[in-house]
Design a protein around this ligand. Sequence first.
Ligand code: PHE
Ligand code: ZN
Length: 895
Amino acid sequence: MREGQATAIHRADYTAPAYWIDTVELVFDLDPAKTRVLNKMRLRRNGDVAPQALRLDGEELNLARVLVNGQGTSFKMDGNQLVLENLPEGPDAFDLEIFTTCNPAKNTKLMGLYVSNDSFFTQCEAEGFRRITYFLDRPDVMASYTVTLRADKAKYPVLLSNGNLVEEGELEDGRHFAKWVDPHKKPCYLFALVAGQLVAREQRIRSRAGKDHLLQVFVRPGDLDKTEHAMNSLMASVAWDEARFGLPLDLERFMIVATSDFNMGAMENKGLNIFNTKYVLANQATATDADFSNIESVVGHEYFHNWTGNRVTCQDWFQLSLKEGLTVFRDQEFSQDLAGSPSARAVKRIEDVRVLRTAQFPEDAGPMAHPVRPDSYIEINNFYTVTIYEKGAEVVRMMQTLVGRDGFAQGMKLYFERHDGQAVTCDDFAQAIADANPQSDLARLLPQFKRWYSQAGTPRLHASGQYDAAARTYTLSLTQSCAPTPGQALKDPFVIPVNLGLLDAQGQALPLQLAHWAQAETGTRTFVLTEASETLTFVNVDSAPVPSILRDFSAPVVLDYAYTDTELLTLLAHDSDPFNRWEAGQRLALARALKAIQGDSDLAQTPVLDDAYLDAMRQVLADPTLDAAFKELVLTLPSETYLAEQLDVVDPQRIHAVREAMREQLATALQTQWQQAWEDNRDTGGYRPDPVSSGRRALAGLALTQLCVAARRSGDTVWPGKAFQRFKDAANMTDRFNALSALVISGHELAAPALSRFHALFKNEALVIDKWFSLQAGAPDHGGHVLPAVRQLMTHPDFNLRNPNRARSVIFSYCSANPGAFHRSDAAGYVFWADRVIELDAINPQVAARLARALDRWKKLAEPYRSAAREAIARVAAKADLSNDVREVVTRALA
Ligand code: PHE
Ligand code: ZN
């Protein structure tokens, strides 16, 4: 096997490190082909652990010299580990010096030290530091770092590392150096260096506590005009964490650096965050509203890690959600707080839940399902998942629901009082939140609540209601269950916070009163389900209620309730909870979609949507009291992926055909309202990426697409003409890209000239060219045209498989985000997928393993898709020298 033995690592096997590393002094002589690294560490034995050899991790390193206390020493290699057996005995600290070289120019995995656009970058999480030097590469070993960088001054004028710059100067032969000292101890996965030709936007700020800080955003020369939004987001993040959680910036200098070659979104290295350019660079000409809002949340996310992740880090990688779930929760709250109005907050919540349901729920039901705190893994890179991140965030959110917003802030305070500077576990976090709220349901139910960390799978919450008019009582029965997941056949009941309200048939709120309550309550109440089945009996109920269950999506579960259309229409029109209003609209669409998918009617003859649904959507669109952003969400049909998850047997072509038919019907039947929505929202004035104006652009964009779709039906050329005009004249990328998408989605012949014009306009903007690729690879399939187009795109001079953003823009947009085009009855989509997984694996296993997951749900597919998919996966699995990353994914898929 290429990367040593693929053996599983188990959480239960955790033992403390045999040695501590107190200080690290690194000296880098940076050179693309051969960088020299001198690593001088001060170590001591961990007295709590039996004396044993020191085993240091290393990967793709050339070892030149090892010195102990300045003297040569014997050592041996055991696979990738450097083993030192003759170390000084006793508790005293000793020096260990290791001299190695590595080849950053050849590092296509983008882990460790690599070159991108002639600059040096590092990526160390999770296990990349071992590709820089031999080390105890585990998060519970925390050391103080001093780093000296030496490089050619003309080629690499900027030299950065964590912490504070303490010295810089000239060397011989046109070289120079910079010395950085990080005042905080850290695990090695938070180490970073950057060297290259970069320029910075700078901002000085003073904190609430009166401390001065320098904020810097480093980019390539020429990109400085795209850094204002990232800087604003960073300033907002600093202010928010102080205001909401009392957590200040603990560094004099905080740096963000952007690189166009990056495996993930961004990385929270202490004081030196490294970002994918996609989450830094934006101006109105090149970035969409979605880009602006992603930048805000990713900048926030990485900044918030400074406390949740860096000051308090993970004991081991099984605890990954300790930092990631919590930090996603924090960035979601940040974005909601910045959004402001209740409606804008709800829009953000709906968007987050949509991600959870379309990506995490399938993961939790598939071969890669794992608990938020996994029990074993083969390759840790495969566990940076939507479960660890998004479901982990939902678990933290439920804690906040159970202890209240203030109680949660108190819990965070206690967490830092107890654990600042430590490497801890998910248990430590939950314990702190509970201990700070001793009277809460969380404290009372903590061991059971923690099943959210240990049990995989999405629970189903089954609800049914019964109204007794004579007794004026309403009984709501709640039952929970959770399907088996790999390695977990039976599940114990979860603690499920159920936010509930009752409406009467006119949509008025009904008071809530359980039999033993002294008086009725109005609004939303949280009921905590702990048993497999429970019944709530409400008294003094004047009329048959419509239950609004799981308001604001109070738990990450699937809710089964046999709503009638009438009930859903009431909720859609009147619920005080915007999330459940949206949800009611989705349920109405879902019911119709499922009926059509499961039937075999000719879609051209039998319309999928009825007047009840169309009238309701008409009303939403015309409602002057609703925000545009909310309307756009309601009028967007459930995705093909979401529809597929609701079915036991999936025919992707039927799903695609039904959804396209629904889109067309909605377009045609609501033409007048779409035109009005377009007219009302097409002009948002001077560009600002705020929730109100971006919501209006989103609705105008949807309207334009729908008008072009309707035009395809009727043969009318007016709207495609208007879309083309808009595409040419647009004053910002959101409007321009929406107009281009309208032409591509509707399959109009003007799409081709618009696409080539778009390319010509933005040929020097890599992130815009990514959009250009992605739009074409993700386009609705008309007669199988997308796959040949994708193959063609891969021969385009701008295509580059080595650049993850570009590879994703073409290959992932097709394989992972375009089910109707990917699942072809001739299996050609799967053949393409297998070839790309194998090809990418030789370059970048992390990216290849993500692509490998595109067929996770193959077992649900109907024939002929199922057999063809299995064959493609088996072909990948049969390759002899796969990476551990891809091997783990395909092995689990076939299990
Ligand atoms: N820790 C990063 C984040 O979520 C993600 C990441 C993981 C980046 C691994 C690179 C490598 O903020
Ligand atoms: Zn993170």
